[in-house]
Design a protein around this ligand. Structure first.
Ligand SMILES: [Mg+2]
Ligand SMILES: [Zn+2]
Length: 214
């Protein structure tokens, strides 16, 4: 049997909180981010529109962003789980609808510079942050970086697909996974859409799953 590929969502799956959503109440100039979030989840606007609008509404220097990011913690079992999967020679890929600058900083801060990830782009121009979506799926409104697009590209050899996530944007790629680990909003969405999933509370549960298998 082919080795599986394990895909991780980033925010609130690898990290102990939602890094981007956590920034919004702290640094937004107005409450517009709330309306954008609601409109996205109702399908009225795409993830790209939502994220670009929310980013535009932030009042935050690169320095205060770095400071905020330096306080972000990971799920306590993430590194152990990575080690276990590496030992079993199972490929791991991170699929995020957050931004490259944020993922890179957090992985660097935690001594994990070599993880493979796909996400959106963040650039700084005249003190402002600008969103870029080079990996969007033209048809997809759920993710800005279409996670399904990257997932199918990374598991193109028909490897069994494992997906671990917690949020609305994970409902796009979860449809293509053989095994879904879900918590939070993703588990509610899977229930509603009749997608089989294994509930998990933290990555410790996922670790146990892989540890008890050959
Ligand atoms: Mg998440
Ligand atoms: Zn998508």
């Amino acid at each position: 049997m082919k080795k599986p590929v394990v895909f991780f969502d980033f925010d609130n799956t690898i990290t102990a909180c939602d890094t981007f959503d956590g920034m919004l109440p702290l640094f937004s100039r107005t409450k517009r981010w709330i309306t954008l979030e609601r409109d996205w989840k109702k399908g009225r606007i795409s993830s790209r529109e939502c994220l670009a609008g929310q980013l535009q509404g932030l009042s935050l220097t690169r320095r205060s962003l770095d400071e905020y990011l330096s306080g972000i913690k990971l799920d306590p079992c993430f590194k152990d789980l990575l080690g276990l999967l590496r030992l079993k020679k199972i490929k791991t890929v991170v699929l995020s609808d957050n931004f490259d600058y944020i993922l890179k900083s957090i992985f660097r801060n935690h001594g994990l510079p070599n993880l493979k990830f796909y996400c959106n782009q963040l650039s700084f121009k005249n003190g402002r942050m600008i969103a870029g979506f080079p990996l969007s799926g033209p048809e997809c409104r759920i993710c800005g970086h279409c996670k399904t697009r990257s997932l199918l590209a990374e598991a193109a050899g028909d490897e069994p697909i494992f997906y671990i996530g917690d949020g609305y944007s994970d409902s796009c790629p979860a449809r293509y996974a053989q095994v879904v680990f879900a918590k939070g909003e993703l588990s509610r969405l899977c229930q509603k859409r009749k997608i089989d999933f294994l509930p998990y509370r933290s990555l410790r549960d996922v670790y146990r799953y892989f540890n008890t298998r050959p």
